[in-house]
Design a protein around this ligand. Structure first.
Ligand code: FAD
Ligand code: 2HG
Ligand code: ZN
Length: 458
């Protein structure tokens, strides 16, 4: 759009949200134009920060009329380049939508604005004796809206499912500026299409989420975290499968490896957990009304664990053990922008798949390093590759094809964004992608909502 046309749009938008909330200073807008990893960069004429759903709807209406594209953005912690303005779009930040309702203790639900940080939501739930079970290391910045738009998974999916499983209703602004609102939270409600479910995982392409009704789970006060060292991944997979069967209060089953642990310890100044290094580490967390520590150790013994075991029953020790796993993402970022391949595979295939990776990466990117960790209970492996140029996708291509040929997914929980759209066809048939396009066209005929993510160019 011509500059004067855009200026006219921004003037109208300033009239809606107030001039201080139309940010045009490039120094201030810069952080909104780069993703968390530093791999995806763009530019924007302005960041718009509406303070209410009404303002946001009005802004979208003006943009639709002028055919100006918008990228919705929450905490900007997304890992697939989906929340940054790659083609000069306006950034529509939801961070001022921070209304957080009182917890409905009878329903076990709460209504939260799109800009509420996950940690704030968790705190509100805890104060009422409940928990918001979606948890992730980005909890202090990732927002309710962003986690819904990406259908974020996180650390507790094995027990409570991902974001979609908590969603009881949604409020969102569609591409024509209309507002859909269904926040009653009835546990049973079969009155037509599930718009909340449709918007969840749509990555800002079908609507801008402004609020959500979310289910909470009981707060289970007794908690144990256990870190176990293994000689090999096959043994770790077998133990996790047995512990899952034997310990119904298991919240998390996470994996990392010796080199990732060494990097985390170096970057964070931490001591390694055991007197020796193990090739594979599995972190398990359980919580219940009664102390699950004994049950955890019986489950590990019954599963035949023989390696080192560290147990955390108090909050400090539990946090120390979690840090070894949670700090992988930030430690890896100190090496430069990584390529992030968030894969899921049928669990029995994971050991062979991982065994093949070093040779594949060495052949196609000799200078690259590969870092592996993830949510082993979900078969969700985070493959991070450092030492390759941001736009060199040769290794990504090989690995995504390997994953697809094993019946796995190229995106377990981070979404498609811009990073993976050219490989969408590996997991989705032509008919499915056609259906996606039809839905997109029906809800956003002009194509103003995050037009450069999820769907590859036709
Ligand atoms: P953003 O990054 O701002 O946006 C993400 C996408 O959602 C973009 O496409 C954007 O356009 C869209 N969007 C944002 N807000 C809205 C809205 N209100 N309406 C419509 N569309 C919107 N992810 C996991 O799944 N599991 C993890 O364990 C996990 N751990 C992480 C740990 C770290 C240290 C970091 C940095 C990231 C992690 N992530 C994880 C990725 C990230 O936190 C999630 O994808 C999260 O859901 C993004 O939320 P956000 O508010 O930052 O969204
Ligand atoms: C995690 O599980 C996140 O820690 C981030 O999903 C994964 O950094 C990554 O690749
Ligand atoms: Zn993850």
């Amino acid at each position: 759009m011509a500059r004067h046309g855009l200026d006219a749009v921004l003037t109208r938008v300033a009239g809606i949200v107030g001039s201080p909330h139309v940010v045009v200073d490039p120094e201030v807008t810069r952080p909104y134009t780069v993703d968390w990893t530093g791999r995806f960069h763009g530019t924007t004429p302005a960041v718009i920060r509406p303070g209410s759903v009404e303002e946001l709807a009005e802004v979208v209406r003006v943009c639709a009329e002028a055919r100006v594209a918008i990228v919705p953005q929450g905490g900007n912690t997304g890992l697939v380049g989906g929340g940054v303005p790659l083609e000069g779009e306006l950034v529509l930040s939801t961070r001022r939508l921070t209304a957080l309702g009182e917890v409905d203790e009878i329903a076990g639900q709460v209504t939260a604005g799109a800009g509420v940080a996950i940690s704030a939501l968790q705190e509100r739930a805890r104060a009422a004796g409940l928990e918001y079970p979606v948890d992730l290391a980005a909890r202090d910045s990732a927002t309710v809206g962003g986690t819904i738009a990406t259908n974020a998974g996180g650390l507790h999916v094995i027990r409570w499912g991902g974001t979609r499983a908590q969603l009881r209703g949604i409020e969102a602004v569609l591409a024509d500026g209309s507002v859909v609102r269904h926040l009653g939270g009835l546990p049973k409600d079969n009155t037509g299409l599930d718009l909340a479910g449709l918007l969840c995982g749509s990555e800002g392409t079908l609507g801008v989420v402004t609020a959500a009704r979310l289910a909470l789970v009981p707060r289970l006060p007794e908690r144990v975290v256990t870190l176990v060292g293994f000689e090999d991944l096959r043994a770790a997979v077998a133990v996790v499968a047995r512990v899952r069967r034997g310990l119904s209060c298991l919240n998390a089953a996470e994996v990392f490896f010796a080199d990732g642990l060494a990097l985390v310890c170096e970057v964070e100044g931490l001591r390694e957990p055991f007197g020796r290094s193990w090739p594979v580490y599995v972190l398990l967390e359980a919580s219940d009304h009664d102390d699950p520590t004994e049950r955890m150790s019986s489950a590990l013994a019954a599963a035949g664990v023989t390696g080192d075991v560290a147990v955390g029953t108090d909050a400090r020790t539990r946090a120390e053990l979690w840090a070894y796993r949670e700090r992988h993402t930030s430690a890896i970022n100190t090496l430069g922008p990584p390529h992030k391949l968030d894969l899921s595979l049928p669990l029995p295939m994971l050991p062979d798949f991982i065994a093949r990776l070093p040779e594949v990466v060495a052949r196609h990117a000799p200078s690259a390093r590969t870092w592996l960790f993830g949510h082993i209970g979900d078969g969700n492996l985070h493959v991070n590759i450092t030492g390759t140029a941001p736009d060199d996708e040769e290794v990504d291509d090989i690995i995504f094809r390997m994953v697809a040929s094993c019946g796995g997914s190229i995106s377990a929980e981070h979404g498609i964004g811009t990073a993976k759209k050219r490989w969408l066809h590996l997991n989705r048939s032509a008919a499915e992608v056609r259906a996606f396009r039809r839905i997109k066209r029906a809800l956003d005929p002009v194509g103003i909502l995050n037009p450069n993510v999820l769907l590859p160019p036709e």
